[in-house]
Design a protein around this ligand. Structure first.
Ligand code: CO
Length: 263
C-alpha cells in the first residue's frame, strides 16, 4: 500500500523543493475550533439551520484495536466517524502509534491517521522522508491547527492516500502552519511547520481526524479526473460489504452552459 497519509514517499523530492505558508481551511471546524467537528446538516437535527455545526469531541481513556492493523479503504465509514480525543498516555498509546508507523512504512506512506486503521481517535504519525529511520517519525496526539501563516500562501501539490490505492490528485494546501499537539507522553508540543511538504502532510492527516478526505479538497476539474476510480472503490466496497451504509461521492456539478442559472 502506500500512503497512509498522503503522498507517496516517491514524490518527496519534488515536494521538498517547495517553500512555505498559509491559511487554515479546516472546512471542518471554525477557525480556532480545530478540535471540534463539522457535522452535516442531515446529522445535526434540531440544532440550528446552518449547513453544518460544530460539535464537541468525546475523550477516550482506553485505546482498543485489533492487531495486525489494516488500512481501511474508501468509502469505509471509519473514515467518516468522529475521532475522539485521547485522554490516556500509557504504553498502549505508544504501542498503537508504533503499529501505525510499521504499517505506514509497509505501504510506503509518509503519514497515517488512526481512523485509517479503524481506530477513531485523534492520533497521527508521519515521517516526511518516508524512509524507515528510528527517531524520524513524529507522533502527534490531539493535534490542532493554531494558525495558518497567511504570508506564506498556498500551493498546489500532488497527494495520494493509503485509503485510496493508486489515486492521486492535486490539492491546494497552506504552505506553512503552526500546530499544537501532545506527544506520546502527553506533553504539550508546538510546531511551526515551515516546510510546505511537512505542512501538507500534517494538513492531510489532520483532515482525516476531521473526517475530511483529500478528494474533497480537489478543485472540481481535478475531482472529475479521479471520479471513475473513486466510484470503482465505492462499488467494490458495497459489493463486499452490502449491509454497511456508506457515504458516496456527490454527482458532478454539471454546467448547463448558456441560459443556465447559477445558484
Ligand atoms: Co490519507
Amino acid at each position: 500500500m502506500r500512503l497512509g497519509a498522503m503522498l507517496r514517499a516517491a514524490h518527496v523530492p519534488t515536494l521538498l523543493s517547495s517553500a512555505p505558508s498559509a491559511a487554515c481551511r479546516t472546512a471542518a471546524a471554525g477557525r480556532g475550533r480545530c478540535l471540534a467537528l463539522r457535522v452535516h446538516a442531515a446529522k445535526a437535527k434540531g440544532f440550528g439551520t446552518a449547513a453544518s455545526r460544530v460539535v464537541d469531541v468525546p475523550t477516550v481513556t482506553k485505546l482498543e484495536w485489533q492487531s495486525p492493523l489494516q488500512i481501511a479503504q474508501y468509502p469505509d465509514p471509519c473514515l467518516r466517524a468522529i475521532n475522539a480525543r485521547i485522554g490516556v498516555f500509557d504504553e498502549s498509546l505508544l504501542r498503537l502509534a508504533k503499529e501505525m508507523i510499521a504499517i505506514m512504512y509497509e505501504d510506503d506512506g509518509v503519514g497515517l491517521a488512526a481512523p485509517q486503521v479503524g481506530v477513531n481517535v485523534r492520533l497521527m504519525v508521519f515521517n516526511p522522508d518516508g524512509r524507515e529511520k528510528p527517531g524520524a517519525e513524529s507522533i502527534l496526539v490531539n493535534p490542532e491547527i493554531v494558525e495558518s501563516v497567511s504570508l506564506a500562501g498556498k500551493e498546489l501539490g500532488q497527494e495520494g492516500c493509503l485509503s485510496f490505492p493508486k489515486i492521486y490528485g492535486d490539492v491546494e494546501r497552506n504552505r506553512e502552519i503552526i500546530v499544537k499537539a501532545q506527544n506520546e507522553k502527553g506533553e504539550p508540543v508546538r510546531l511551526h511547520l515551515t516546510d510546505p511538504w511537512i505542512a501538507r502532510i500534517f494538513q492531510h492527516e489532520y483532515d482525516h481526524l476531521q473526517g475530511v478526505l483529500f478528494f474533497e479538497r480537489m478543485k472540481p476539474a481535478m475531482l472529475e479526473t479521479v471520479r471513475p476510480q473513486l466510484v470503482e472503490l465505492e462499488e467494490a466496497f458495497v459489493q463486499q460489504r452490502p449491509t454497511v451504509k456508506v457515504q458516496r461521492l456527490a454527482p458532478p456539478k454539471i454546467s448547463k452552459g448558456f441560459g443556465a442559472v447559477k445558484k
